[in-house]
Design a protein around this ligand. Structure first.
Ligand code: CP
Ligand code: NVA
Length: 303
């Protein structure tokens, strides 16, 4: 089997992504029924965090344990990486010790340098550019609640950030319509838009959150300032029209879902009324990180 990295949805085939989602559903059901298997017994996942995390950190750790494997938690600053050992050398050394690496880091180039120099699978646990594991959980969550996502309409409102970039890739890979409303100056990177369109993504861009959300099956948002992006923080008045509140949700289908990768900044990108309300599936998304990532780990490690 050739080396399987999970760096981006655009880097993994549609068939493999669908295989992982189906596998995630089975693994979740098995766990709930009390069935325990240990396909990754004896395997070790190194996790490198250059940024904070709650969900990614805990779900990968617990996921590995549920599969019978173990984890080592590393932070960039505690490693020689923080004293200027190169990413490439770090990749080569870790490849001699562990079976896979999950990294949450800053620039996407760091992830790619690690991937190019590792002889074991590398998983993207978020970069400044993308967050593919989040989208696996999100699509799984959508389909749990509403059936196949293909042909459905998802609306994004807010900042054009890493989660939106992976959502753009997901729209092509999973064949749903994606409406995007972001303020001027917060547009997603053109390369993700181009990739999505070139691979069949049906995208619609507008400045109007009401128009984006109109008759949508699902409304998604995220923080207005991502980790490490504080330098490009913009006044809240720029983003406030893009807040997901009850008035905005009323434009979506009556049974529309509300999604947010969390952590949420309540009162900013979403109101309590929406995130705690009947449309919201944010904690299902968080839970499904665990199961989707077990499927990613099993796929990467051939288990
Ligand atoms: N959604 C997500 O990745 O959460 P964490 O930053 O807590 O890992
Ligand atoms: N866009 C957010 C996602 C956090 C999970 C960030 O990068 O901070």
């Amino acid at each position: 089997m050739s080396l399987r990295h999970f760096t981006d949805l655009s880097a993994v085939s549609e068939g493999d992504l669908r295989f992982m989602l189906d596998d995630a559903v089975v693994r979740k059901a098995r766990l709930k029924s009390g069935e325990r298997t240990k396909p990754l017994e004896g395997k070790v996942l190194a996790m490198i965090f250059d940024k904070p995390s709650t969900r990614t950190r805990v779900s990968f750790d617990v996921g590995m344990r549920q599969l019978g494997g173990e984890t080592i938690m590393l932070t960039g600053t505690e490693m020689q990486l923080g004293r200027s050992e190169t990413i490439a050398d770090t990749a080569k050394v870790l490849s001699r010790y562990v079976d896979a690496i999950m990294i949450r880091t800053t620039s996407h180039e760091r992830l790619m340098e690690l991937t190019e120099n590792a002889t074991i699978p590398v998983i993207n646990g978020l970069t400044d550019d993308t967050h593919p594991c989040q989208l696996m959980a999100d699509i799984m969550t959508f389909e749990e609640h509403r059936g196949p996502v293909a042909g459905k309409t998802i609306a994004w409102t807010g900042d054009g950030n890493n989660v939106l970039h992976s959502l753009l890739e997901a729209s092509a890979r999973f064949r749903f319509n994606l409406n995007v409303a972001v303020p001027e100056g917060s547009e997603p990177a053109q390369k993700h838009v181009d990739w999505s369109k070139a691979h069949g993504g049906k995208l619609y861009f507008t400045r109007s959150p009401e128009e984006a959300v109109d008759q949508a099956d699902c409304v998604v948002t995220d923080c207005w300032v991502s980790m490490g992006q504080e330098h490009r923080a913009r006044g809240h008045n720029v983003f406030s029209p893009y807040q997901v509140n009850a008035k905005l949700m009323a434009h979506a289908k009556p049974d529309a879902l509300f999604m947010h990768c969390l952590p949420a900044h309540r009162g900013e990108e979403v109101t309590d009324e929406v995130i705690d309300g009947p449309h919201s599936v944010v904690f299902d998304e968080a839970e499904n990180r665990l199961h989707a990532q077990k499927a990613v780990l099993a796929w990467c490690l051939g288990a």
